[in-house]
Unconditional design. Structure first.
Length: 159
């Protein structure tokens, strides 16, 4: 497959998940949840997680934002379902490297399945926060925090 074909395929996965987000609903029986905000782009979402023993049994999300942020959340809810907490955290670390372009191991990239569609954001620094928002919210929920912002580490704006 050429790079252009691959890009078109990734684009199609993202558009599809944006149009028909999977697991797009609130989850009253969730074990934990967290809100995520990306003020740069206006993305806002909530992730719900139901943990069973050591396993992430179910995930869902709701929110508004750009196609990348929604598609990433939708892909996350499918990819993480059924994983152990340790596997989910390892995937969080891997995706962080994928978004920033640091993950170059072809075996790792191949093993990502549909998540690989998000790897294109590494070429667009403004989009990295859109793609990683759902993942940070998911990690925050697992860690017992109730919200996360992509601006959390940034200095306060001068008013
Ligand atoms: Zn966005």
């Amino acid at each position: 497959m050429t790079d252009a074909t691959l890009d078109a395929l990734y684009q199609e996965v993202i558009l599809d998940h944006n149009r028909r987000p999977r697991n797009f609903h609130a989850m009253p029986a969730a074990s934990c949840s967290a809100d995520g905000k990306n003020p740069n782009c206006g993305d806002q979402l909530t992730i719900w997680v139901r943990v069973e023993g050591d396993r992430v049994a179910e995930l869902s999300f709701q929110g508004v934002g750009c196609a990348i942020s929604k598609a990433s959340a939708s892909l996350l809810t499918e990819a993480v379902k059924g994983k152990t907490r340790a596997e989910a955290e390892a995937l969080f670390e891997t995706m962080h490297r994928v978004f920033t372009g640091a993950e170059t191991d072809p075996t790792v990239l191949k093993g990502l399945g549909p998540l690989r569609a998000l790897s294109g954001v590494s070429k667009f620094p403004m989009r990295v926060k859109c793609a990683s928002l759902a993942w940070h919210a998911f990690k925050a929920a697992l860690d017992g925090a109730d919200s996360v912002s992509t601006e959390a580490a940034a200095p306060a704006p001068v008013s």
